[in-house]
Design a protein around this ligand. Structure first.
Ligand code: UDP
Ligand code: MG
Length: 331
């Protein structure tokens, strides 16, 4: 059988590539079945008004409720893409999954619980037009939080910013508008222990803060209890500071100097007054204090080492189990 020469074969119709959207919305969602429909509707309404084209990416972070099914059902109606992670990887990783799959010229990260008023989008876009690469929301006040939480937050950011070259603003939210360049820079970072609020600052670029008042959560409860925040805080501290590792040299030197002075004092005292009652209580206190200080310093080493361990293992930060959208172009 003779083959037709190439020139006679039917011309291939290559579909022209879909133009990239102006804006991608990345929405991490963990057990947000009660909120997701309303959130998507609100995002859609605002985005239609503000930009020509947009995509919404919901990252279902291993939800146990119907978040994925609810989101899937919305795909017919909205320019929506739903990523389902294979399990709960945490908000930071869910955000990364969304950023990596987003294609818009700019990206907005948004919580799924409607706490962040979308009315600020317009201002954010205006600032972008003025030349800012990243426009982020900061909470105008934290009066609705307990004094304990405020104290911990304050202490955390103070510790985080000691000796760091990039100031990490307290009260900043993940709610922000970023240029593609900023998103690409964030996605290029290889680290797995991600503290996004630190990384946003680390990548640099021209940034602008916009003050917002947080609304109460639409339905459901916050996923970040004390334990969750503490864990995130430790990740933040270990990824952005080195002073807790170094401070022990200073503390060790101080304790050593004190013991030498104390030894001298004992020697002098013995020479003048002779041997008195054995100082067992001093001994016990000194041994316990030193034991405690040593355990703390080993614990701090352990925190850093455990992060080094996760980095060395090189496992991916998240696994995408399903990538769903109405046109299924991404499958
Ligand atoms: N979230 C997530 N994975 C988690 C925990 C939270 O994707 O493991 C999402 C959650 O669905 C919400 C956002 O992160 O869209 C913020 O969570 P939350 O409202 O619980 O935090 P808060 O507003 O109290 O800081
Ligand atoms: Mg919330």
């Amino acid at each position: 059988m003779s083959r037709r020469p190439e020139s006679f074969s039917k011309p291939q119709i290559v579909p022209s590539p879909k133009p990239l959207p102006d804006l991608s919305f990345v929405i991490p969602a963990y057990n947000e079945a009660g909120n997701i429909t309303k959130t998507v509707a609100q995002v859609d309404a605002h985005a239609r008004r503000l930009v020509n084209s947009f995509e919404i990416i919901i990252v279902d972070d291993g939800s146990l409720d119907a978040t994925f099914e609810e989101s899937q059902a919305l795909c017919a109606q909205y320019p929506l893409r739903v990523l389902r992670l294979s399990r709960n990887f945490g908000k930071e990783q869910a955000i990364m999954a969304g950023l990596e799959r987003s294609v818009g010229a700019a990206v907005v990260i948004l919580d799924a619980d409607l706490q962040e008023p979308l009315s600020h989008l317009e201002t954010m876009l205006e600032h972008r037009a003025e030349g800012y690469n990243m426009v982020y929301a900061v909470r105008a006040q934290r009066r609705d939080e307990t004094w304990r939480k405020r104290l911990f937050t304050h202490a955390f950011y103070a510790l985080l910013n000691i000796g760091s070259d990039t100031a990490i603003p307290a009260n900043a939210r993940d709610f922000r508008l970023m240029d593609r360049r900023v998103v690409d820079a964030l996605c290029a970072l290889p680290e797995r222990n991600r503290f996004m609020k630190g990384l946003y600052g680390w990548v640099g670029f021209r940034t602008k803060a916009v003050a917002i008042e947080l609304l109460p959560r639409a339905t459901g409860a916050s996923k970040f209890g004390f334990a969750g925040l503490f864990k995130l805080g430790l990740t933040g501290l270990t990824s952005f500071t080195a002073w807790p590792l170094r401070v022990w040299t200073g503390i060790g030197m101080f304790i050593a100097a004190c013991s030498i002075l104390y030894a001298l004092w004992i020697a002098v005292r013995t020479l003048i007054f002779g041997i008195d009652v054995p100082g067992w209580s001093t001994l016990v206190v000194a041994v316990m204090l030193l034991g405690g200080v040593q355990l703390i310093s080993i614990g701090v080493l352990g925190e850093y080492l455990s992060r080094v361990f996760t980095e060395v293992k090189g496992r991916p930060g998240f696994i995408i189990a399903e990538d769903f959208s109405a046109d299924r172009e991404h499958q």
